[in-house]
Design a protein around this ligand. Structure first.
Ligand SMILES: [Mn+2]
Length: 328
């Protein structure tokens, strides 16, 4: 695996030269978004920087609020100052950060650090490398290259990023480097059992209620190789689940024996529908989602479709029929 050394050096040079930093990630933040964002903040502090603002449009999901530094993440409305350096991590286009987006290009240097499969990234300086299993792993390599000692706090953030994006080192994106990085993180003394319990193994009552409902609703197609289910806004309201509780639900569909393609259609705001894709087959989830204006990874991707759930589902199923020959 070749590491893009030049890009790492350029990112570090930019970090060393900057003094006022804005760091953000994508909307609906997951463990990698929060963990890698905070990892960058810890690295900058290690480089002697003190003026660092971490911003996310959405609340930090409850299971990540314990991460060191998470309590300092603010909403875009609270940001009044200016920045010389802005950083978008775990996403490649400014608009993925939602309402934070207008702040990014205002900095002298807008840095993009991402591990998604992308055709074109925003930013004055981009380091995009889909061989990394998590953006958090890229933060780890920045630490190594910078010579800044890795603190336990930073390691907790990076490990959380890794373990959530790799499904506890079980997904196909997990590679030998992932495990070497995890070893380096463990050497700081982090308690991986405690982290796993908090971010992987705990299910809220709301999520349990939602899961029960959604699992009873799974539909199958193409000789049960395709599985899909809908989640309506009222499901969250009625079960007490939060938006973040829909994270990972799709894995229950993907894990059913014989299923090669799993999809969740989720009713979103303004008559839109969010579709999440997991594929285990020759089907590229990112390609399918790009046809609907989304993207992601080969085996895990998503899109937001400007249509109500019934219509959006039919559009996606029609796409699978026409382009992938699936009888759905
Ligand atoms: Mn990620």
């Amino acid at each position: 695996m070749t590491i893009k050394t030049n890009e790492i050096d350029r990112v570090l040079d930019t970090f060393r030269a900057g003094s006022r930093f804005l760091i953000t990630s994508h909307v609906s933040p997951d463990g990698d978004a929060v963990g890698s964002l905070l990892g960058i903040a810890h690295l900058l502090r290690g480089l002697g920087k003190t003026d660092i603002t971490c911003v996310l449009e959405d609340d930090v999901p409850r299971i990540y609020t314990w991460l060191p530094g998470a309590d300092k993440i603010v909403k875009q409305d609270a940001v009044t100052k200016t920045f010389d350096t802005s950083v978008l991590i775990d996403a490649h286009s400014a608009d993925r950060s939602g309402k934070v987006a207008p702040l990014l290009p205002k900095a002298n240097t807008f840095v993009v650090i991402d591990h998604h499969l992308v055709e074109k990234a925003d930013g004055d300086l981009k380091w995009v490398d889909p061989t990394y299993a998590a953006a958090g792993e890229m933060v780890y390599d920045l630490y190594v290259k910078s010579g800044v000692p890795l603190t336990r706090e930073a390691a907790e953030c990076i490990y959380t990023a890794q373990t959530t994006d790799t499904g506890s080192f079980r997904y196909s994106n997990t590679n030998p480097r992932s495990h070497r990085i995890a070893a380096g993180l463990m050497e700081t003394g982090i308690n991986i059992r405690a982290i796993t319990e908090r971010v992987i193994d705990t299910m809220s009552r709301g999520k349990y209620n939602l899961l029960q409902r959604v699992l009873g609703r799974i539909q199958f197609g193409a000789n049960a190789t395709v599985a899909y289910a809908d989640i309506y806004a009222k499901d969250l309201a009625e079960t007490g689940a939060l938006g973040e509780d829909t994270d990972g639900l799709i894995n229950y569909l993907r894990n059913i024996e014989g299923v090669r393609v799993a999809m969740i259609f989720r009713e979103a705001k303004d008559g839109k529908t969010k579709v999440s894709f997991r594929t285990q087959a020759e089907l590229n989830a990112a390609d399918i989602c790009r046809a609907f204006g989304g993207g992601g990874h080969a085996v895990a991707a998503g899109a937001t479709i400007d249509a109500p759930i019934d219509e959006a589902r039919e559009q996606v199923l029609a796409h699978l029929r026409n382009h992938s020959g699936l009888d759905v």
